[in-house]
Design a protein around this ligand. Structure first.
Ligand code: LLP
Length: 463
């Protein structure tokens, strides 16, 4: 069925493709550590705890829906990435996954750099004290005002995304009397998705400058000719939620090939390459993500091998994981409001949030898992669809999942792995109030992004 058609009728919700689900887990009370933040466990009463605090207390103090973020897990993942890549490489956390001032401070303390892609993200980063030289500025259509601000602040690199931008950034840098460090983002003709990648000659997308037809080589020529720019490297980002390293391998090979051409034409060995982000995480028990040290080794082996073959000095590698750092560290806590068994169709479990706090299921057909977390249950598994409270039948949080058949209104259920691209893509649809993000660590919980209020809504509406 076409996703652009919204036929009315009893199966209206099937505008989404049918989900797939495996048999229920042997014991629905077991929390698979693959998908839950590291300090999540069940206490003696059977309630989920995170950072040592039980969900009932969290719900009482902070309300639902809310995102609970395991700060020690976040910090541990930052350290794992930094250690895996070592002192000769750089890890830039991709702020688009989730950014707040507290997150910026954690990144700073754990030695990570930060990739921002808008004036708003740049402001958050600078306001929370991230040194400008540790910030990379991305985007396929940065405004003049954004570029001015980035140059004035002295960001460590601007990633150039188009021919127009090469000139734009050069002019602005010159006007400020500086040489701006830049990389050029190229499209390598590789598109990677979860378990596969597709290599195509030309990529039909808005980002970067194609390697094909000598476009990227021409961009390098222009960047090198402009006084305002200090071209330090080439950037490539091939996709999201990737498990298969083969796409990165092709990407690295093609970027090194460009470095070789640049050396041969200009006698310059560009010192940096950035291989982007996109490393996958486990949303359900079926996903098998790679560990940072495996990823670091695979990328560094590929680049070293290709550079040795081309007799190039090995450039400094950087990467930009967003989801892989923050995704697994948070879960969304909801309260069950209604349960509607539709004879012969399915059972709908409605929660107090929905597509305004997690648009990914509706937008990407994303898979999630869910668990009853305020208590354990020995009841039979019941196949359900978890939906939100919005006026839209595509308002689905978890397409197909098993919850205990004694589930009742008032129970708390939680969706794990919602740290990335949930709060950052949240909306006010139906004038929903975007939920808070609460950081939990060592028995303490504190709000790092507060819940929106109706006053917030009215403040923007100037009447
Ligand atoms: N670097 C660049 C240049 C990017 O465009 C992105 C993501 C990243 C790094 C970080 O990718 P990550 O490691 O987080 O996968 N909203 C979508 C994902 C869009 C990602 C866009 N760019 C989602 O919810 O899955």
């Amino acid at each position: 069925m076409s996703r652009s058609a919204h036929p009315a009728g009893p199966r209206h919700a099937d505008v989404l493709t049918e989900g797939h689900y495996s048999a229920p887990a042997a014991d629905l009370n077991v929390l698979d550590e693959k998908v839950w933040a590291r300090t999540v466990t069940r206490d003696a009463d059977g309630a989920l705890t995170v950072g040592g605090i039980a969900v009932a207390r969290l719900a009482e103090e902070f309300g639902t829906p809310a995102y609970f973020l395991d700060e020690s897990d976040f910090r541990a993942r930052c350290r794992a990435w930094a250690e895996a890549f070592g002192p000769d490489a750089d890890v830039f956390y991709a702020g688009k996954a989730f950014l707040s001032r507290a997150v910026v401070r954690w990144l700073k303390e754990e030695g990570l750099n930060l990739d921002v892609c808008s004036g708003g993200e740049l402001t958050t980063a600078l306001d929370a004290g991230m040194p400008a030289e540790r910030i990379a500025f991305h985007g396929n259509n940065k405004t003049v005002a954004e570029i001015e601000r980035a140059v004035e602040a002295g960001v460590g690199r601007i990633v150039l995304d188009s021919f127009q931008e090469i000139v734009r950034v050069a002019h602005i840098a010159q006007r400020h009397g500086v040489r701006q460090r830049v990389q050029i983002r190229v499209t390598v003709g590789v598109e990677a998705h979860t378990h596969e990648f597709i290599a195509t000659a030309h990529e039909d997308q808005k980002f970067g400058i194609a390697l094909a037809d000598g476009q990227a080589a021409e961009a390098v020529r222009r960047a090198l000719s402009l006084d305002g720019l200090d071209l330090v490297g080439i950037h490539s980002h091939i996709g999201s939620q990737i498990f298969d390293m083969a796409g990165f391998e092709v990407s690295a090979r093609r970027v090194v090939q460009l470095l070789t051409e640049v050396r041969d034409e200009h006698g310059i060995e560009l010192p940096e390459i950035d291989l982007g982000g996109g490393l996958g995480i486990a949303y359900t028990s079926e996903d098998d993500p790679r560990e940072p040290h495996e990823i670091a080794k695979a990328l560094s082996d590929i680049v070293t091998r290709e550079c040795e073959a081309a007799k190039l000095r090995t450039p400094r590698i950087s990467v930009e994981p967003g989801r892989a750092i923050v995704g697994p560290t948070a879960f969304t806590l909801y309260e069950v409001g209604t349960i509607k068994p539709l004879e012969g169709l399915r059972t709908y479990v409605s929660v107090d949030g929905g597509m305004s706090d997690n648009i990914r299921t509706a937008l990407y057909d994303a898979e999630y898992s869910v668990a009853l977390v305020s208590r354990t249950s020995d009841a039979e598994p019941m196949l359900v669809r978890v939906v939100g409270k919005h006026c839209e039948s595509g308002d689905i949080v978890v397409k197909d999942a098993f919850l205990p058949a004694d589930l009742a209104p008032g129970d708390l259920i939680a969706v794990p792995a919602t740290g990335a691209y949930c709060r950052s893509m949240a909306s006010n649809y139906n004038h929903a109030l975007r939920p808070p993000v609460v950081a939990v660590r060592d028995g303490e919980a504190r709000v790092i992004v507060r819940r929106e209020t109706e006053e917030d809504l009215l403040r923007l509406d100037v009447g």
